[in-house]
Design a protein around this ligand. Structure first.
Ligand code: FES
Length: 112
């Protein structure tokens, strides 16, 4: 995976996911949805059919592991069936309940 951070020298560094609220998470796991689990991102089918996980991508790139079947507008992605290939920014906000539930350490930084 190509690193999009100029100062990073690691060959195995993983993309960073930045939420619109400023919270950052490490992209890890088989899909982007796995990376969003600390914030409790809503999903249903987890297979690209229902569109429940639909999210607006503000910047960065993703690759789909399989062709999604749900309808997407320009800029929208389905985290359940894609992976981040660069650092990305998503139009998501960390809710209070998700913040207190996030104990896995996957959140890199959370604005105060
Ligand atoms: S959870 Fe159904 S499309 Fe992502």
């Amino acid at each position: 995976m190509k690193c999009s951070t100029r100062s990073c020298l690691s060959l195995s560094c993983k993309p960073v996911i930045t939420l619109a609220c400023g919270t950052t998470l490490q992209a890890d796991g088989p899909t982007l949805l796995h990376s969003l689990s600390p914030i409790g991102h809503y999903s249903e089918c987890r297979n690209g059919y229902c569109g429940a996980c639909k999210t607006t991508k503000l910047s960065g790139d993703v690759k789909y592991l399989k062709t999604p079947m749900a309808f997407l507008k320009p800029g929208e992605i389905l985290p359940c069936c894609c992976q981040a290939t660069t650092n990305i920014k998503l139009d998501l906000h960390l809710s209070g309940s998700a913040s207190s539930a996030a104990t896995s350490g996957e959140i890199i930084d959370e604005p105060s």
